[in-house]
Design a protein around this ligand. Structure first.
Ligand code: GAR
Length: 180
């Protein structure tokens, strides 16, 4: 069973739900985000674990891990979750936390990867699914789908096409991991 972490729009969460994958829990660090609405609309349990509500990040991440475990989650998917996870969280799900990222790794990590990639003059980006460790997008890559940069692309136009690739790639990879 799958738990998904979101911080915003949740279009990748929607792709997992639309693929019929067994998503049983969706957590966010932010209240009121669209990803939580998408989960609720599909009858999936939701919870908010904001940093401010806990003494420190470890305490917050442990509370989130316990909530996910309590719902039977075995695989955690970060889908636009824009916070680092502490080792104490990762230890609860060893080798079972993955993330989707809009650019090739390790070359373009972080929250502004498409901006960095266009600025560097790269010819292509890649929807990327990788294992999560304590670093910023530093875990081993599992699978990618290449997306060419077209003449005149802006971050916005490129992001639309990367999202399309992510929505194909992520459900396939997560489905494969669930079957292991
Ligand atoms: C996705 O494009 C994902 O690759 C990116 O945030 C977007 C979330 O979209 N994540 C990162 O940049 C992580 N470093 P969504 O909320 O519509 O799924």
């Amino acid at each position: 069973m799958i738990g998904v972490l979101v911080s915003g729009e949740g279009s990748n969460l929607q792709a997992l739900l639309d693929a019929g994958l067994p998503v049983v829990a969706v957590a966010s660090n932010k209240a009121g985000v669209r990803g939580l609405d998408r989960a609720a609309a599909s009858g999936v349990a939701t919870a908010v674990f904001s940093r401010d509500a806990y003494e420190d990040r470890d305490t917050r991440d442990l509370a989130m891990a316990e909530w996910l475990e309590g719902l039977g989650v075995e695989l955690v998917v970060c889908a636009g979750y824009m916070q680092l996870l502490r080792q104490s969280f990762l230890d609860r799900f060893p080798g079972r936390v993955v993330n989707v990222h809009p650019a090739p790794l390790p070359d373009f990590p972080g929250a502004h990867s498409l901006e960095d990639l266009l600025e560097a003059g790269a010819q292509e980006t890649a929807a990327t699914v990788h294992y999560v460790d304590e670093g910023v997008d530093t875990g081993a890559v599992i699978a990618t789908e290449r997306v060419p940069v077209l003449p005149g692309d802006t971050v916005e136009t490129l992001r639309v096409r990367v999202h399309e690739a992510e929505h194909r790639l992520l459900p396939r990879v997560v489905g494969d991991l669930c079957a292991l």
